[in-house]
Every structure is written in C-alpha cells, then in structure tokens.
Design a protein around this ligand. Structure first.
Ligand code: ZN
Length: 347
C-alpha cells in the first residue's frame, strides 16, 4: 500500500488464506508527510494478546499526527500477527510460530514465514527506525525498552532510548529465551535482518496486555512522540529525561550512568501457585527470595531466589496457551520472573 504526500491511507498488507479461503491480511496505516524526511515504523502486537500498542498506534496516527506536521512518513501496523490476535494467543494458532522469529526471506515458506515476508517487504525494510511495542502480563511489570545495538545502530538507539524515556535494558545476547533477534544466530528475522541493514529497533514493553490502561497509553504516546521529534519526523524538541510517574531504573541510556543488562529468566523446580515476593524496579540482593511456590495442598514447596544483585522487570508464570503469564500458576522450569543487572561505569 502507498499514500501520496499529504495523505493518510488505511488498508491491508496481503497476508495468507485460511482453509476456508478467507484472507488474513495485516492492517496498516501509512501517513505520508507533505515534506520529505525519514520513515518511522510503529509496529504492535507481534504477539497476539499484547494489545496496548494497538491503542498507542490508533492515538498517534489519528489524533497526534497529521500529514501537515510530519516530515517523511510514518507507517503503522496495529496488529502485526492477525493469526495470533484472532485467537488471543502469543504465536500463530495455525503453526505455533512467532512472526518475529521466523525467516523473512521465504515468501514460499510456511504460513507464518509468509506473514513475516509480507511485513518485511512492505513495511520494515522501508523504515529508518522501528518502534516495536510489546506487553508483559503482570500489572506490577516495569515499563521498559530493550535495545540490542550493533556498531551501526548504537548511536541511533541511544538517542531513541533517551527520547522514549523508560527503563532501558541492553541485551547483547539473549539468555535463556531462544535465539537472539540480533545476536549470534543467522536466521534473517525481522529484527536480525533489520539490524544487519542498519535499521535501529526500539522494543518497548507495556504492562498487562489484555486490558487497555491509561498509563500504557500515556507512556506509549509520550515516548513515541518524543522519538519522532528526536529523529525530525515531527518538529519540536523531545522532553528531557525519564518519563514521570513511572518507576525508572536509570542507566546511561535513560537518566543516569552505567548499563542495565538483561540477565534472563529465573526458573523453578516445583509446580503449583506462584506468589511474587518483590516489586519490579526495586533493587534485590543475590539470595533474596523473589517468589514462592505453593502446591495444591497449600504447602510451601519452594523459595525461588535471586541469583545475582539486580532488578526484576516482570513476573510471568505458567506457559499454557503457548504463552507465559496467562495465569498465576507455574510448572517445573516455568517462567518465574525476568531479571536484569545494573553495571556501573568502570572507574
Ligand atoms: Zn511480546
């Protein structure tokens, strides 16, 4: 799809067909500014039950931006995986694949690869900057952003992170979560291929994705407008410093020094009900209890301890329905909580 200069077009990127022959296409909006400039992609709901970014996209595209105010273009995809969204599942219900983790270079591949190829060709590859909106499940989760810089994207990602203004967690190699989008694996995913082509991607995480909330909307809209200003897609200067009214763990990318670095997922041995015992964004010493597991008789069966000095960003839970966090329960080796560390600057 295309928009002429000065126009906002809504439409669909051609996707796939179900067994019934019904088309499952990807909704998209293209706002082409009167003046030339960079192209930003606002990308939400790669995971089908993560709704907050959809509302951020609606607000930005219909109420905050207009073709007269935009230099360049803004492409927006409010629901990137309609197969997952239609069943409220994390991944595609048809093949249990994640549109963000499959090969984008395979237009004749499996169902989810075809969706990824369509997104890559029609949107991601056209962008100079990508904002990729996700959500955690637990209402106590931090608002945060993950960056995974390459030499080429580091400077732009630092500017984007400072402008968005939430806790920034750097990941150089994903721990315990499958292949890294930008790391050592060579699968040309949306993130991998984008990074290889020098397209900076800021991955933003809101809280509980299943119900829209005002704080996520405000954080998403304010952060996104700031990033668009920082990259001159919008006129004006971004607001300085971290966003107000939310917990921020400072680092050199957001309001401080040092680096927050992803540590990975803490896991458990015993199954039952999961009881979080710490707050996200608060310092937790190594050895402190972060969660308890209580079995179905009501007996405490496990303390899960913090392995390092650091912080938590989100409690998760059992992995039923092809996702974590659907319920406050847990199986052995489940997803208890995500942790990160803060490394001070050397000297
Ligand atoms: Zn997600």
């Amino acid at each position: 799809m295309k928009a002429e200069p000065g126009e906002l077009e809504t439409g669909y990127i051609d996707g796939v067909e179900l067994t019934t022959g019904d088309s499952i296409d990807i909704p998209a909006l293209v706002l082409n500014g009167v003046e030339d400039g960079p192209t930003a992609l606002l990308f939400s709901t790669q995971h089908g039950k993560e709704l907050q970014g959809t509302e951020v996209v609606h607000e930005i595209m219909h109420r905050e931006l207009s073709p007269e105010r935009v230099r360049g273009a803004v492409i927006a995809i409010p629901v990137a995986n309609p197969l997952a969204f239609m069943h409220a599942t994390y991944r595609s219900w048809i093949d249990n694949r994640d549109v963000g983790y499959v090969n984008v270079d395979n237009p004749e591949g499996n169902t989810t690869e075809r969706l990824a190829n369509a997104i890559w060709s029609e949107a991601w590859s056209q962008a100079d900057l990508v904002l990729n909106y996700h959500c955690n499940d637990h209402p106590d989760s931090l608002y945060f952003q993950i960056i995974e810089p390459t030499d080429e994207t580091e400077a732009d990602l630092k500017r984007a992170a400072q402008a968005f203004g939430v806790t920034t967690i750097r990941r150089d190699d994903r721990v315990d979560q499958g292949p890294s989008p930008v790391g050592s694996d060579t699968v040309p995913t949306l993130s991998n291929k984008g990074a290889a082509e020098g397209i900076p991607e800021l991955m933003v995480e809101f809280i509980d994705g299943r119900y829209l909330d005002e704080t996520s909307l405000r954080v998403g809209v304010d952060g996104t407008l700031n990033v668009l200003k920082e990259f001159d897609v919008l006129g004006g200067d971004p607001t300085e410093g971290p966003q107000e009214g939310i917990t921020v763990v400072p680092c050199k990318y957001t309001g401080g020094s040092g680096v927050n670095r992803a540590h990975g997922m803490l896991r458990n041995d015993h199954g039952g009900i999961l009881y979080p015992r710490q707050s996200t964004g608060e310092f937790v010493e190594a050895g402190e209890v972060v969660a308890d597991v209580v079995d179905l008789h009501g007996e405490l069966v496990e303390h899960v301890e913090m392995p390092v000095d650091g912080y938590l960003w989100a409690y998760a839970g059992a992995q039923q329905f092809a996702t974590s966090g659907a319920m406050q329960t847990i199986e052995s080796g489940g997803k208890v909580v995500y942790a990160f560390t803060h490394e001070p600057d050397p000297n």
